[in-house]
Each structure stands twice: as structure tokens, then as C-alpha cells.
Design a protein around this ligand. Structure first.
Ligand code: SF4
Length: 370
């Protein structure tokens, strides 16, 4: 099993918190899409597994790509891989791109899941984040997608934003719940240095919320969404029953993936690589890569990190089988203080962090690294 990721590093407007690699030179987009076909041909043998389980278009802003071009990339993947078991094809979209015209074109593609970068339904917060849409447009986008029968919609929300009081978060959560979307990703705002927010913070014009407020907001998100029937199955992810994100879940289970596009990452049993080409170089067909070889220890640490971020946790029997029984005693020793403080639970061979403690998962995870 493997998954395929297409990265579209273009944005019409730069959000104040974002430090992902992206460019605004939309004139490059058609040539970048052409190059993606070439890179797909050249890199398809990176995957040792030929069977795909999901395809994902992320960014940047994939909804800037015409649905017809998205479908051609999917068709190309079908020529190179066994896609008979692909059950989920996701495209990330900005709400204001999801017009009636866009969804009419999207209807004729194989895309069956849309992830909307809504972030908030409060227009003041959206403006502060320099987003392109309003709360009302976000709701319209969900309605447009429902009209063409998309019955697997995920939305992104951001919490932990200082300066707007607390009611905007409750309101956004309620409006998300009212839309009855299948999946919600809720991220705590992080202030990265090379962003507008980072600059405001350096100038003393933005003060992040305290750790205590962060925890309170995290629990508000958890409580509101779990009460509405969502399962908090990963630090930042909530799903209706049976509707967890398959593509992201595959990442967290250590499944191989091939990333296509400028800035895309790939992961196999042997190594991790990433494309370092700029969008301009990529458009010219110059595919440059960096990477690192992965040892068994790297894979074990990766397994610990990704698994403990999910409600599944780590499986000691699996670790013994895949990485050797010698790791078990030290993991059990490290687990003792966390279990004593109930920030880690044990059920048979499984060690897992209860969702209410996901916010402190980093400290727990680090203590297990080999
Ligand atoms: S749309 Fe997404 S990738 Fe583009 S600037 Fe905003 S957060 Fe970053």
C-alpha cells in the first residue's frame, strides 16, 4: 500500500501566519502542472508498493488548478499505479474558489473529498489572518459542494488566536457543527518567525495567548466537537464515525508516499526525499532533490511520534515484531511516570495518550525517542 500526493505551491494571497513554501506567480501554474506529469513519470518507481490507497492534492491552493487538469493527473496516476483500491481522492480548496461554476467542473472528476481551508467563520479573525473569504462564503462553499454530491467534506479551523476574546471560537465551532461536515481539523495557531504575525510579534504588536489559555481553548474545541459526535482521533483531527482521513491516517501508519511538485516530500522504507526546486525551476523541468537515508531507529522514532499523536497509540507487540524485543523494557520504563499521572494509558499492549492530553503529547513522545 502507498499513497500519492500532488503539491500545488501557489497562493493568490499570503495568510499572515503561513510559512509554507508558496508563490504568487500564477502565470507559472500551467507549466508547473505540465512538469508534474513529467515528474510523475520519472519518480513513479520511487514507491516499492504499486497499489495506491489514496490521492491527495495539497498546497498552497490546489483549487487554483482547473478540475480538468486535476483529473488528468489522476488519470496519469491510474496509468502508472494500481488504483483499484483508491477510495479517497482529496483536494484542498479555498472557500472562495468553490463557486457554482467550479463545482460544476469538479463534478466530472474523480475527486470525492474536499478539504476547505475555512480557519474561522468570524470575519474579523479572517481579516486578521489575511484570508480571502468571509464566514458566509465558507458556508456557501459547503452548500455548493453538497449540491454536486460531495459527501465527505473536511474543514480546517484555527484556534489560539489572541485579541478577539473567546466567543469567536465558540461561534466558529457551532457554525462548523451546524454544517454537519464529516471531518474537522483544528490547529492551534503557531507564530512562525518569517510571517507577518512573526513580524508583528517582534514589534510587540501581537502577544500570543498564554499556555493556560491555549489549554482552555484546546479543551473547548475537544468538548464541543466530541459532544457533537466527532471522534478526536488525532491531536488536530476530528471525524464522524468511519470518516477519518484515509490519506493522513496512512502517513501516521508509516505507509510509503510519493510527493509530486515543488516542495513535495516523499517517504519510503529506505529514505525521505523532498523536492527543493523553486516553482520557476520546476516549471522549467528542473527537478532538484534533497533527502536523508532512514535507519531502523528513524523508523521506530517515526512510528512512536506519529502513533502517539493518534488515539490508537503505540502497540508494543508491533514494536517487538518490527524493531526488536530489546526496545520493550525501556519503553515500559519510560511509560511509568506518564501512566502514574494518567497522561498516558495502557490497554493490553497498547499505550496511548487520552485525547484531553493531546496538547502535551510532544513532551510524552520525546521521552520515548530511541
Ligand atoms: S492559502 Fe494556505 S498555503 Fe496559501 S498562504 Fe494561506 S495558509 Fe499558506
Amino acid at each position: 500500500m502507498a499513497t500519492l500526493y500532488f503539491h500545488i505551491p501557489f497562493c493568490k494571497r499570503i495568510c499572515s501566519y503561513c510559512d509554507f513554501y508558496k508563490v504568487g506567480a500564477l502565470d507559472l501554474l500551467p507549466r508547473v502542472v505540465e512538469s508534474m506529469h513529467r515528474e510523475l513519470d520519472e519518480r513513479s518507481s520511487y514507491l516499492s508498493e504499486r497499489q495506491l490507497t489514496s490521492i491527495y492534492f495539497g498546497g498552497g491552493t490546489p483549487s487554483l488548478v482547473a478540475p480538468h487538469d486535476i483529473e488528468q493527473l489522476i488519470n496519469h496516476a491510474q496509468e502508472l499505479f494500481d488504483c483499484s483500491k483508491v477510495e479517497e481522492i482529496t483536494i484542498e480548496a479555498n472557500p472562495d474558489d468553490i463557486t457554482e461554476e467550479y463545482v460544476a467542473a469538479l463534478k466530472s472528476t474523480s475527486v470525492n473529498r474536499v478539504s476547505l481551508g475555512i480557519q474561522s467563520f468570524d470575519d474579523r479573525v479572517l481579516q486578521f489572518m489575511n484570508r480571502r473569504h468571509t464566514g458566509a462564503e465558507a458556508e456557501e462553499a459547503v452548500k455548493h459542494l453538497r449540491m454536486i454530491g460531495i459527501n465527505n467534506i473536511s474543514i480546517d479551523l484555527i484556534f489560539g488566536i489572541a485579541g478577539f476574546g473567546t466567543s469567536h471560537l465558540d461561534e466558529s465551532l457551532q457554525r462548523a457543527i451546524n454544517l454537519d461536515v464529516e471531518h474537522i481539523s483544528a490547529y492551534h495557531l503557531t507564530i512562525e518567525e518569517r510571517t507577518r504575525l512573526g513580524m508583528l510579534m517582534r514589534k510587540g504588536e501581537y502577544t500570543p495567548i498564554s499556555d493556560e489559555e491555549s489549554e482552555r481553548e484546546f479543551l473547548r474545541v475537544h468538548n464541543a466537537l466530541c459532544s457533537a459526535g466527532y471522534d478526536h482521533y488525532e491531536v488536530s483531527n476530528f471525524a464522524k464515525p468511519e470518516l477519518r482521513a484515509r490519506h493522513n491516517s496512512a502517513y501516521w501508519q508509516g505507509v510509503e508516499y510519493l510527493g509530486i511538485g515543488a516542495g513535495a516530500h516523499s517517504f519510503s522504507r529506505d529514505n525521505r526525499t523532498w523536492c527543493t526546486s523553486t516553482a520557476k525551476e520546476y516549471a522549467e523541468g528542473k527537478f532538484l532533490y534533497d533527502g536523508e537515508e532512514l535507519t531502523a531507529t528513524d523508523h521506530l522514532n517515526e512510528y512512536i511520534m506519529t502513533s502517539l499523536r493518534t488515539s490508537r497509540g503505540i502497540d508494543l507487540e508491533y514494536i517487538a515484531k518490527m524493531f526488536g524485543t530489546e526496545h520493550i523494557a525501556s519503553i515500559e520504563r519510560q511509560a511509568e511516570p506518564w501512566i502514574a499521572s494518567a497522561t498516558l494509558l495502557r490497554h493490553e499492549n497498547r499505550l496511548y495518550i487520552p485525547a484531553t492530553h493531546f496538547l502535551v503529547s510532544d513532551a510524552i513522545i520525546e521521552s520515548f525517542f530511541v
